[in-house]
Design a protein around this ligand. Structure first.
Ligand code: TYM
Length: 345
Protein backbone atom coordinates (compact mmCIF):
# COMPACT_ATOMS: atom_id res chain seq x y z
CA UNK A 1 0.00 0.00 0.00
CA UNK A 2 1.61 3.24 -1.10
CA UNK A 3 1.63 6.42 0.93
CA UNK A 4 -1.33 8.69 0.24
CA UNK A 5 -0.23 12.29 -0.31
CA UNK A 6 -3.24 14.28 -1.40
CA UNK A 7 -6.50 12.78 -0.33
CA UNK A 8 -9.16 15.11 1.04
CA UNK A 9 -12.24 14.15 3.05
CA UNK A 10 -15.09 16.23 4.42
CA UNK A 11 -18.58 15.62 5.71
CA UNK A 12 -21.81 17.44 6.51
CA UNK A 13 -24.64 16.17 8.71
CA UNK A 14 -28.07 15.80 7.09
CA UNK A 15 -29.86 17.43 10.02
CA UNK A 16 -31.98 20.58 9.98
CA UNK A 17 -31.57 23.08 7.17
CA UNK A 18 -28.23 23.74 5.51
CA UNK A 19 -27.32 27.34 6.29
CA UNK A 20 -24.98 30.12 5.31
CA UNK A 21 -22.37 28.94 7.87
CA UNK A 22 -22.25 25.47 6.31
CA UNK A 23 -22.02 27.05 2.88
CA UNK A 24 -19.30 29.62 3.59
CA UNK A 25 -17.33 27.59 6.15
CA UNK A 26 -17.36 24.33 4.22
CA UNK A 27 -19.50 23.46 1.17
CA UNK A 28 -18.52 26.27 -1.19
CA UNK A 29 -14.85 25.42 -0.62
CA UNK A 30 -15.30 21.81 -1.74
CA UNK A 31 -15.52 22.18 -5.54
CA UNK A 32 -12.22 24.12 -5.92
CA UNK A 33 -10.43 21.40 -3.93
CA UNK A 34 -11.02 18.97 -6.78
CA UNK A 35 -8.16 20.55 -8.74
CA UNK A 36 -5.62 19.84 -6.02
CA UNK A 37 -6.82 16.70 -4.25
CA UNK A 38 -8.44 13.35 -4.69
CA UNK A 39 -11.73 14.26 -2.99
CA UNK A 40 -14.22 12.28 -0.93
CA UNK A 41 -17.36 14.11 0.23
CA UNK A 42 -19.63 12.34 2.66
CA UNK A 43 -23.14 12.92 3.99
CA UNK A 44 -22.72 11.76 7.57
CA UNK A 45 -26.08 10.17 8.30
CA UNK A 46 -24.70 7.99 11.11
CA UNK A 47 -23.54 11.12 12.91
CA UNK A 48 -26.99 12.63 12.39
CA UNK A 49 -28.73 9.90 14.42
CA UNK A 50 -26.68 10.69 17.51
CA UNK A 51 -29.66 12.95 18.20
CA UNK A 52 -33.20 11.89 17.23
CA UNK A 53 -34.06 12.20 13.53
CA UNK A 54 -37.40 11.41 11.89
CA UNK A 55 -36.44 8.58 9.51
CA UNK A 56 -38.16 9.98 6.42
CA UNK A 57 -36.78 13.48 7.03
CA UNK A 58 -33.29 12.00 7.44
CA UNK A 59 -33.55 10.34 4.02
CA UNK A 60 -34.73 13.58 2.46
CA UNK A 61 -32.02 15.69 4.12
CA UNK A 62 -29.36 13.19 3.05
CA UNK A 63 -30.39 13.75 -0.57
CA UNK A 64 -30.46 17.51 0.01
CA UNK A 65 -26.87 17.62 1.25
CA UNK A 66 -25.71 15.48 -1.68
CA UNK A 67 -27.58 17.83 -4.05
CA UNK A 68 -25.89 20.84 -2.38
CA UNK A 69 -22.46 19.32 -3.05
CA UNK A 70 -23.31 18.88 -6.72
CA UNK A 71 -25.06 22.25 -7.06
CA UNK A 72 -21.92 24.01 -5.80
CA UNK A 73 -19.77 22.28 -8.39
CA UNK A 74 -18.62 18.94 -6.97
CA UNK A 75 -18.51 16.47 -9.85
CA UNK A 76 -19.71 13.02 -8.75
CA UNK A 77 -17.65 11.33 -11.47
CA UNK A 78 -14.41 13.01 -10.53
CA UNK A 79 -14.92 13.03 -6.76
CA UNK A 80 -16.69 10.52 -4.53
CA UNK A 81 -20.03 11.59 -3.06
CA UNK A 82 -21.77 9.10 -0.76
CA UNK A 83 -23.62 8.69 2.51
CA UNK A 84 -21.70 7.29 5.44
CA UNK A 85 -24.07 4.43 6.33
CA UNK A 86 -23.42 2.74 2.97
CA UNK A 87 -19.80 2.09 3.93
CA UNK A 88 -19.81 -0.14 7.01
CA UNK A 89 -16.04 0.23 7.47
CA UNK A 90 -16.67 3.65 9.09
CA UNK A 91 -18.50 1.96 11.97
CA UNK A 92 -15.96 -0.84 12.13
CA UNK A 93 -12.99 1.51 12.45
CA UNK A 94 -14.92 3.72 14.89
CA UNK A 95 -15.20 0.72 17.22
CA UNK A 96 -11.45 0.16 17.11
CA UNK A 97 -10.98 3.87 17.84
CA UNK A 98 -13.42 3.66 20.76
CA UNK A 99 -10.89 1.28 22.23
CA UNK A 100 -7.89 3.52 21.40
CA UNK A 101 -9.33 6.88 22.53
CA UNK A 102 -9.55 7.60 26.26
CA UNK A 103 -12.67 8.66 28.14
CA UNK A 104 -10.76 11.72 29.38
CA UNK A 105 -10.27 12.87 25.78
CA UNK A 106 -13.99 12.63 25.06
CA UNK A 107 -14.81 14.51 28.25
CA UNK A 108 -12.98 17.54 26.92
CA UNK A 109 -15.05 17.82 23.72
CA UNK A 110 -16.93 21.12 23.81
CA UNK A 111 -19.40 20.09 21.10
CA UNK A 112 -20.61 17.20 23.26
CA UNK A 113 -21.07 19.56 26.21
CA UNK A 114 -23.01 22.02 24.02
CA UNK A 115 -25.19 19.41 22.37
CA UNK A 116 -25.88 17.32 25.45
CA UNK A 117 -26.80 20.44 27.44
CA UNK A 118 -27.66 20.15 31.11
CA UNK A 119 -29.18 16.71 30.89
CA UNK A 120 -25.98 14.85 30.02
CA UNK A 121 -27.14 11.55 31.51
CA UNK A 122 -29.88 11.44 28.93
CA UNK A 123 -27.67 12.06 25.85
CA UNK A 124 -27.12 9.08 23.57
CA UNK A 125 -23.96 7.04 23.90
CA UNK A 126 -23.47 7.74 20.18
CA UNK A 127 -23.31 11.49 20.83
CA UNK A 128 -20.52 10.90 23.34
CA UNK A 129 -18.56 8.72 20.91
CA UNK A 130 -19.26 11.07 17.98
CA UNK A 131 -15.63 12.30 17.66
CA UNK A 132 -14.36 8.75 17.43
CA UNK A 133 -16.65 8.05 14.45
CA UNK A 134 -15.49 11.33 12.92
CA UNK A 135 -11.86 10.23 13.25
CA UNK A 136 -12.82 6.95 11.58
CA UNK A 137 -14.51 8.82 8.68
CA UNK A 138 -11.26 10.58 7.94
CA UNK A 139 -8.74 7.87 8.74
CA UNK A 140 -10.53 4.99 7.04
CA UNK A 141 -9.40 6.77 3.85
CA UNK A 142 -6.11 7.82 5.47
CA UNK A 143 -7.08 11.32 4.30
CA UNK A 144 -4.37 13.95 4.46
CA UNK A 145 -6.56 17.09 4.39
CA UNK A 146 -9.97 18.04 5.80
CA UNK A 147 -11.70 21.37 5.00
CA UNK A 148 -14.11 22.35 7.79
CA UNK A 149 -15.35 25.40 9.66
CA UNK A 150 -13.65 26.59 12.82
CA UNK A 151 -16.10 24.76 15.13
CA UNK A 152 -14.63 21.40 14.05
CA UNK A 153 -11.07 22.25 15.05
CA UNK A 154 -11.14 20.35 18.33
CA UNK A 155 -12.49 17.22 16.63
CA UNK A 156 -9.63 17.33 14.13
CA UNK A 157 -7.08 17.67 16.91
CA UNK A 158 -8.59 14.58 18.50
CA UNK A 159 -8.38 12.77 15.14
CA UNK A 160 -4.64 13.46 15.14
CA UNK A 161 -4.33 12.21 18.73
CA UNK A 162 -6.17 9.00 17.90
CA UNK A 163 -4.00 8.43 14.81
CA UNK A 164 -0.86 8.94 16.83
CA UNK A 165 -1.93 6.68 19.69
CA UNK A 166 -2.91 3.93 17.24
CA UNK A 167 0.47 4.26 15.49
CA UNK A 168 2.28 4.08 18.85
CA UNK A 169 0.22 1.30 20.45
CA UNK A 170 0.59 -0.98 17.43
CA UNK A 171 4.01 0.16 16.27
CA UNK A 172 5.63 -3.24 15.84
CA UNK A 173 2.60 -4.73 14.04
CA UNK A 174 2.47 -1.69 11.77
CA UNK A 175 6.11 -2.10 10.84
CA UNK A 176 5.53 -5.84 10.31
CA UNK A 177 2.66 -4.94 7.94
CA UNK A 178 5.22 -3.17 5.76
CA UNK A 179 4.84 0.42 6.99
CA UNK A 180 8.47 0.91 7.86
CA UNK A 181 8.14 4.41 9.27
CA UNK A 182 5.37 3.22 11.60
CA UNK A 183 3.03 5.94 10.35
CA UNK A 184 0.03 3.86 9.33
CA UNK A 185 -2.45 6.68 9.94
CA UNK A 186 -1.38 10.18 8.80
CA UNK A 187 -1.46 13.36 10.86
CA UNK A 188 -4.35 14.87 8.93
CA UNK A 189 -4.15 18.61 8.20
CA UNK A 190 -7.26 20.67 8.92
CA UNK A 191 -7.97 23.31 6.26
CA UNK A 192 -9.64 26.03 8.32
CA UNK A 193 -7.94 29.25 7.33
CA UNK A 194 -9.59 31.92 5.20
CA UNK A 195 -12.55 34.21 5.69
CA UNK A 196 -15.92 33.18 7.16
CA UNK A 197 -14.69 30.13 9.05
CA UNK A 198 -17.12 31.01 11.84
CA UNK A 199 -20.36 32.67 10.82
CA UNK A 200 -22.34 33.87 13.82
CA UNK A 201 -26.06 33.86 14.58
CA UNK A 202 -27.97 36.86 13.21
CA UNK A 203 -29.65 37.25 16.62
CA UNK A 204 -26.55 36.97 18.83
CA UNK A 205 -23.06 37.80 17.63
CA UNK A 206 -21.50 35.62 20.33
CA UNK A 207 -23.14 32.37 19.16
CA UNK A 208 -22.31 30.49 15.96
CA UNK A 209 -24.96 30.15 13.30
CA UNK A 210 -26.35 26.67 13.85
CA UNK A 211 -28.95 24.27 12.47
CA UNK A 212 -30.14 23.55 15.97
CA UNK A 213 -30.78 27.19 16.97
CA UNK A 214 -34.43 27.43 18.08
CA UNK A 215 -34.77 30.91 16.54
CA UNK A 216 -35.42 30.62 12.81
CA UNK A 217 -34.38 34.27 12.38
CA UNK A 218 -30.83 33.49 13.56
CA UNK A 219 -29.93 31.60 10.47
CA UNK A 220 -30.07 32.07 6.67
CA UNK A 221 -31.00 28.68 5.20
CA UNK A 222 -29.59 27.79 1.81
CA UNK A 223 -33.14 27.07 0.64
CA UNK A 224 -34.65 30.38 1.89
CA UNK A 225 -36.32 32.44 -0.84
CA UNK A 226 -35.40 36.06 -1.62
CA UNK A 227 -38.09 37.54 0.65
CA UNK A 228 -37.06 35.44 3.59
CA UNK A 229 -33.38 36.30 3.15
CA UNK A 230 -34.19 40.02 2.97
CA UNK A 231 -36.45 39.78 6.02
CA UNK A 232 -33.85 37.91 8.09
CA UNK A 233 -31.06 40.36 7.32
CA UNK A 234 -33.43 43.28 7.98
CA UNK A 235 -34.24 41.88 11.44
CA UNK A 236 -30.62 40.93 12.17
CA UNK A 237 -29.40 42.34 15.47
CA UNK A 238 -27.01 45.30 15.05
CA UNK A 239 -25.98 48.39 16.99
CA UNK A 240 -26.99 52.01 16.31
CA UNK A 241 -23.57 53.19 15.01
CA UNK A 242 -22.79 53.54 11.31
CA UNK A 243 -20.22 51.15 9.82
CA UNK A 244 -16.59 52.14 10.46
CA UNK A 245 -14.16 52.79 7.61
CA UNK A 246 -11.40 50.61 9.07
CA UNK A 247 -11.49 46.96 10.16
CA UNK A 248 -10.37 47.69 13.74
CA UNK A 249 -13.49 49.82 14.13
CA UNK A 250 -15.36 46.49 14.28
CA UNK A 251 -13.72 45.57 17.59
CA UNK A 252 -16.37 45.08 20.26
CA UNK A 253 -19.12 45.06 17.62
CA UNK A 254 -19.61 41.32 16.97
CA UNK A 255 -22.91 41.64 15.06
CA UNK A 256 -21.54 44.33 12.74
CA UNK A 257 -18.38 42.30 12.20
CA UNK A 258 -20.41 39.21 11.33
CA UNK A 259 -22.45 41.01 8.66
CA UNK A 260 -19.33 42.60 7.16
CA UNK A 261 -17.59 39.22 7.07
CA UNK A 262 -20.59 37.60 5.40
CA UNK A 263 -20.59 40.36 2.79
CA UNK A 264 -16.85 39.95 2.27
CA UNK A 265 -17.05 36.16 1.92
CA UNK A 266 -19.97 36.28 -0.51
CA UNK A 267 -18.43 39.00 -2.67
CA UNK A 268 -14.84 37.75 -2.58
CA UNK A 269 -13.73 41.10 -1.11
CA UNK A 270 -11.71 41.60 2.06
CA UNK A 271 -13.58 43.06 5.07
CA UNK A 272 -11.38 46.17 4.63
CA UNK A 273 -12.65 46.61 1.04
CA UNK A 274 -16.23 46.23 2.22
CA UNK A 275 -15.69 48.97 4.81
CA UNK A 276 -14.06 51.17 2.22
CA UNK A 277 -17.29 50.97 0.27
CA UNK A 278 -19.82 51.13 3.14
CA UNK A 279 -17.90 52.98 5.91
CA UNK A 280 -19.97 55.84 7.33
CA UNK A 281 -23.25 54.32 6.14
CA UNK A 282 -25.87 52.91 8.50
CA UNK A 283 -27.31 49.40 8.51
CA UNK A 284 -30.42 50.78 6.76
CA UNK A 285 -28.30 50.96 3.62
CA UNK A 286 -25.96 48.03 4.24
CA UNK A 287 -28.52 45.34 5.06
CA UNK A 288 -30.47 45.58 1.76
CA UNK A 289 -27.17 45.48 -0.18
CA UNK A 290 -26.14 42.40 1.79
CA UNK A 291 -29.51 40.73 1.19
CA UNK A 292 -29.28 41.42 -2.53
CA UNK A 293 -25.78 39.97 -2.70
CA UNK A 294 -26.81 36.86 -0.72
CA UNK A 295 -29.82 36.25 -2.96
CA UNK A 296 -27.72 36.60 -6.10
CA UNK A 297 -25.25 33.97 -4.81
CA UNK A 298 -27.64 31.56 -3.11
CA UNK A 299 -30.67 31.47 -5.39
CA UNK A 300 -28.95 29.69 -8.34
CA UNK A 301 -27.77 27.06 -5.85
CA UNK A 302 -31.14 26.57 -4.20
CA UNK A 303 -32.90 26.28 -7.59
CA UNK A 304 -30.41 23.63 -8.65
CA UNK A 305 -30.91 21.73 -5.37
CA UNK A 306 -34.70 21.82 -5.85
CA UNK A 307 -34.33 20.59 -9.42
CA UNK A 308 -32.22 17.64 -8.29
CA UNK A 309 -34.51 16.78 -5.38
CA UNK A 310 -37.31 16.28 -7.89
CA UNK A 311 -35.49 13.14 -9.04
CA UNK A 312 -34.57 11.25 -5.87
CA UNK A 313 -33.78 8.03 -7.76
CA UNK A 314 -31.01 9.81 -9.64
CA UNK A 315 -29.50 11.15 -6.40
CA UNK A 316 -29.79 7.76 -4.71
CA UNK A 317 -27.96 6.22 -7.67
CA UNK A 318 -25.12 8.74 -7.31
CA UNK A 319 -24.85 8.00 -3.58
CA UNK A 320 -24.88 4.24 -4.16
CA UNK A 321 -22.14 4.40 -6.80
CA UNK A 322 -20.11 6.75 -4.61
CA UNK A 323 -20.58 4.32 -1.72
CA UNK A 324 -19.14 1.47 -3.77
CA UNK A 325 -16.10 3.51 -4.73
CA UNK A 326 -15.58 4.71 -1.16
CA UNK A 327 -15.94 1.17 0.21
CA UNK A 328 -13.15 -0.07 -2.03
CA UNK A 329 -10.73 2.47 -0.50
CA UNK A 330 -12.01 1.89 3.04
CA UNK A 331 -11.65 -1.88 2.73
CA UNK A 332 -8.03 -1.49 1.70
CA UNK A 333 -7.35 0.29 5.00
CA UNK A 334 -9.42 -2.11 7.08
CA UNK A 335 -7.64 -5.20 5.76
CA UNK A 336 -4.47 -3.81 7.33
CA UNK A 337 -6.23 -2.62 10.49
CA UNK A 338 -7.69 -6.10 11.18
CA UNK A 339 -4.25 -7.62 10.74
CA UNK A 340 -2.53 -4.94 12.87
CA UNK A 341 -5.01 -5.23 15.74
CA UNK A 342 -4.84 -9.03 15.76
CA UNK A 343 -8.25 -10.05 14.44
CA UNK A 344 -8.41 -13.44 12.72
CA UNK A 345 -9.75 -13.00 9.21
P1 TYM B 1 -21.89 20.08 10.51
O1 TYM B 1 -22.85 19.25 9.75
O2 TYM B 1 -22.31 20.68 11.80
O3 TYM B 1 -21.38 21.28 9.60
C1 TYM B 1 -20.90 21.06 8.30
C2 TYM B 1 -19.75 22.00 8.00
O4 TYM B 1 -20.17 23.37 8.17
C3 TYM B 1 -19.27 24.04 9.04
N1 TYM B 1 -20.03 25.02 9.83
C4 TYM B 1 -19.73 26.33 9.91
N2 TYM B 1 -18.75 27.06 9.33
C5 TYM B 1 -18.73 28.39 9.60
N3 TYM B 1 -19.64 29.01 10.41
C6 TYM B 1 -20.63 28.31 11.02
N4 TYM B 1 -21.53 28.92 11.78
C7 TYM B 1 -20.71 26.90 10.76
N5 TYM B 1 -21.56 25.92 11.18
C8 TYM B 1 -21.12 24.78 10.61
C9 TYM B 1 -18.70 22.94 9.93
O5 TYM B 1 -17.47 23.34 10.50
C10 TYM B 1 -18.56 21.80 8.95
O6 TYM B 1 -17.35 21.93 8.22
N6 TYM B 1 -18.80 16.87 12.74
C11 TYM B 1 -19.08 17.52 11.47
C12 TYM B 1 -19.42 16.55 10.36
C13 TYM B 1 -18.40 15.48 10.13
C14 TYM B 1 -17.13 15.68 9.49
C15 TYM B 1 -16.53 14.39 9.47
C16 TYM B 1 -16.49 16.78 8.94
C17 TYM B 1 -18.49 14.18 10.47
N7 TYM B 1 -17.38 13.51 10.06
C18 TYM B 1 -15.28 14.20 8.93
C19 TYM B 1 -15.21 16.59 8.38
C20 TYM B 1 -14.62 15.31 8.38
C21 TYM B 1 -20.27 18.43 11.68
O7 TYM B 1 -21.01 18.30 12.62
O8 TYM B 1 -20.51 19.29 10.69
Amino acid sequence: MTKIENRLFSGVQPTGDLHLGNYLGAIRRFAPMQDKFECIFCVVDMHAITVWQEPEALRQKTREVAAAYIATGVDPERSIIFNQSQVMQHAELAWVFNCVARIGWMNRMTQFKDKAGKNRENASLGLYAYPSLMAADILVYRATHVPVGDDQKQHLELTRDIAQKFNNDFNSQIVAEGFEDGQFFPQTEPLISGPAMRIMSLRDGSKKMSKSDPSEMSCIALMDDADKIAQKFKKAKTDPEPLPSEADGLDGRPEARNLVEIYAALSGMTPQDVLQEFGGQGFGAFKPALAELAVSKLSPISSEISRMLADPAELDGILRKGGERAAAHAEETMKHVREIVGFVS
